[in-house]
Write a protein that binds this ligand. Sequence first.
Ligand code: FE2
Length: 71
Amino acid sequence: MQTNYQIAQAIAANNQDEQSAIAGYYDLLDIITDPKDQDIIKEIISDEKNHSHLLTNLVLKYDSNIIEAED
Ligand SMILES: [Fe+2]
């Protein structure tokens, strides 16, 4: 059985994958010139950022022995 901290770390690793995907999509924006295709990539980046945000919230939920500072 994994501890909540271990679960948080596993989620954080997946969150890093989301960030790597975002970086890859930004690379695509540098080489794609069709504005409509760029809009598709931008939409995907926006979706991935949402995934990263959701995963960040899960990391904070599971790694909750010491809570996040509010200052
Ligand atoms: Fe994603």
